[in-house]
Ligand binder design. Structure first.
Ligand code: ZN
Ligand code: ZN
Length: 145
């Protein structure tokens, strides 16, 4: 998995620096999570990799780079910072259910949404191309509050 990430960096002539490696490792360890840049930074600090000092600005720059070369996908949020996740090479894409209250994100597979896509295509003659739809609502925790 991370080898593919390294290959991609090499392909675009970016060096695999210890910082980039450490950030990729965090993203890999937290697969299925959707992290803000500051979360990634805090996780790096927690790991206390003293000889790999990374500033918050570096993490921001790295995430921009990773997005540009297609290593991570950026999930823009309303009224809060964007979240990132590694683009997985092994699955065709997934969608996100985002709670408007606690901002928890759940993932659903594209298969679950095929019927909806087919309906839109048939009924509206519109082909949905989005690989990562965002659906807003309220999670069970927040509805029961
Ligand atoms: Zn919630
Ligand atoms: Zn996701």
């Amino acid at each position: 998995m991370l080898h593919q990430a390294y290959d991609l960096l090499k392909k675009y002539n970016f060096r695999i620096t210890p910082q980039r490696k450490a950030i990729l490792q965090i993203l890999h360890n937290y697969r299925g999570h959707h992290l803000e840049t500051e979360d990634i930074y805090e996780l790096l600090v927690e790991k206390e990799e003293k000889n790999k000092k990374i500033g918050l600005a570096t993490v921001y720059r790295t995430m921009e780079l990773f997005e540009k070369i297609g290593l991570v996908s950026r999930l823009p949020m309303e009224n809060s910072p964007a979240r990132y996740e590694l683009i997985s090479y092994d699955q065709s894409g997934h969608h996100h259910l985002i709670c408007l209250k606690c901002r928890e994100i759940q993932e659903i597979n594209d298969e679950n949404i095929q019927e909806f896509k087919e309906y839109i295509l048939k009924d509206k003659d519109f082909k949905i191309a989005d690989k990562s739809m965002k659906i807003y609502g309220y999670c069970s925790k927040c509805r029961n509050m």
